[in-house]
Design a protein around this ligand. Structure first.
Ligand SMILES: Nc1ncnc2c1ncn2[C@@H]1O[C@H](COP(=O)(O)OP(=O)(O)OP(=O)(O)O)[C@@H](O)[C@H]1O
Length: 461
């Protein structure tokens, strides 16, 4: 197919250019020829479909609105026929709607008019260098450090990752904390043409509001006190690569406006600069919040949501992969331990299988890591797991607060849950857990001892 040709031969890559305006067609053709590409021209949808029937291409670039149909028809044709061909659309200036529709239909990128040569070059570069995963590569990487789990929901995620990897379309990943959102983002990048380029993860919730603009877009020397030299922001750092906006729901509204502009225009302006600079960045975002609901509450801009959520990936919570839990646990144990000298006792595995995992795979990793430290070095038993009560049990306890159990027992239970939760989140680092809980290290150790939580005397790792 065309992609093999692309990778195995030294001949120029071949582009199908579709537009019914001769002037634009000519301008783009010239630019593409200058890049050393071969160009076929089609002056409408029918001519384009005819070319596709008879030739192999490495890239198709089409206008959206033509007299005999829509560029979207070509996108849909290529997607429906499963042609191994990246297609990009050219949209009228500011018409994000049609760009997004095209991305959703399978276009790998878009350009808006007037087409900037820099953007055209960047687009061509990523289209022509789209790598084809070696046979079995996806499976292999999922064995090594990819997503574990065989349930249909996880299979669906894996398939979607494979499909969206080759596109430049923004992806929004939602899912509970610890369910693998960042891992999924990294897997998308690993299989994408940008895999050799920088991956810049940004925790949007961790940046002070007054520094946001300079952190994202950089600043010029003298822009504010302390700006002693020019500095790049996340966008410049990710140029040519991928920007991963984690916890994107935490962005303040003012920053959302600026981000939207940067994404739409593919340009940013450093704080204190007069000129904008073009950036070529693929955006992957994630949140554990329901972003649509944040939009309804007026806390997240609808236009930005629409722009980020072109392709949606939902990570299933671990409790929905119940049948997979024992296998995932065993694989994680192997990864963490590095050999198979320690195994799970059967009762430990069945206990894990029944647990609710509010912290998802991250919590499972933490539980196993802690259990490895606490176990006898041969087998992990139920006691070594130190599980927090399951959701049902917690609900039971909550009801018991009405007087069904003595108040001190109830309070102990609540305290125990909170401590275990903090320990889980900090990979059993008691100093960090104490900080998280707002108590001193000594207090935490004392309370752990009192509540019989193992590991109070363990050396801090
Ligand atoms: N399905 C999975 N298979 C294997 N490992 C997983 C899976 N899901 C998550 N993990 C592991 O769990 C840990 C947490 O994953 P990750 O950081 O991707 O979660 P997240 O959803 O981004 O969490 P948060 O919302 O807290 O940022 C990582 O070590 C990751 O490798």
């Amino acid at each position: 197919m065309s992609n093999e040709r692309r990778q195995t031969s030294n001949t120029a890559a071949r582009v199908l250019l579709v537009d019914d305006e001769p002037d634009i067609l000519e301008l783009l053709e010239l630019a593409l020829l200058r890049m050393g590409l071969e160009v076929d021209r089609a002056d409408g949808v029918h001519a384009a479909l005819d070319c596709l029937k008879h030739n192999d291409y490495d890239l198709c670039l089409t206008d959206m609105r033509m007299q005999d149909g829509e560029g979207l028809d070509i996108v849909r044709h290529i997607t429906a026929q499963n042609l191994d061909l990246p297609i990009a659309v050219i949209t009228a200036h500011g018409n994000m709607e049609s760009a997004i529709t095209a991305l959703k239909a399978g276009a790998f990128d878009y350009l808006s008019k007037p087409v900037s040569l820099d953007q055209l070059r960047a687009l061509v570069k990523s289209a022509i260098h789209v790598p084809k995963p070696a046979p079995g590569k996806t499976e292999q990487s999922s064995d090594e450090r990819g997503l574990l789990g065989h349930a249909p929901a996880m299979q669906k995620v894996r398939d979607l990752i494979g499909r969206v990897a080759r596109s430049q379309a923004p992806v929004h990943i939602c899912g509970e904390s610890g369910s693998g959102k960042e891992l999924a983002a990294r897997l998308i990048v690993e299989q994408s043409p940008r895999r050799e380029q920088t991956f810049v993860p940004v925790n949007c919730g961790a940046i002070p509001e007054n520094l946001m603009e300079s952190e994202f877009f950089g600043y010029r020397k003298g822009a504010f006190t302390g700006a002693e030299q020019d500095r790049d922001g996340f966008f410049q750092a990710a140029n040519g690569g991928t920007l991963f906006l984690d916890e994107v729901a935490d962005l303040p509204l003012a920053m959302q406006v600026k981000l939207l502009r940067a994404i739409q225009e593919k340009k940013v302006r450093k704080v204190g600069a007069t000129q904008e600079e073009a950036v070529d960045v693929r955006i992957i975002s994630a949140t554990h919040n329901d972003l649509a609901q944040r939009v309804q509450e007026g806390k997240f801009r609808q236009d930005l949501y629409y722009r980020l959520n072109v392709i949606n990936l939902t990570m299933p919570p671990l409790r929905e992969l119940r049948d997979d839990i024992p296998e995932i646990a065993q694989r994680l144990l192997l990864r963490l331990r590095g050999d198979s000298t320690v195994t799970f006792a059967p009762d430990a595995l069945s206990t894990l299988g029944a647990y609710a995992f509010p912290g998802n795979v991250r919590e499972l990793e933490n539980i196993i890591e802690r259990a490895l430290a606490l176990c006898d070095g041969v087998a992990i038993h139920v006691d070594d797991l130190q599980l927090t009560p399951s959701e049902d049990e917690t609900t039971g306890t909550a009801l018991a607060a009405d007087g069904a159990v003595p108040l001190p027992d109830y309070l102990d239970q609540v305290e125990r849950n909170e401590i275990l939760k903090a320990l889980g989140r900090t990979r059993f680092n008691r100093t960090a857990a104490a900080r998280m809980l707002g108590v001193t290290f000594r207090t935490l150790r004392y309370r752990m001892e009192r509540l019989g939580i193992k590991g109070a005397d363990k050396d801090e790792g």
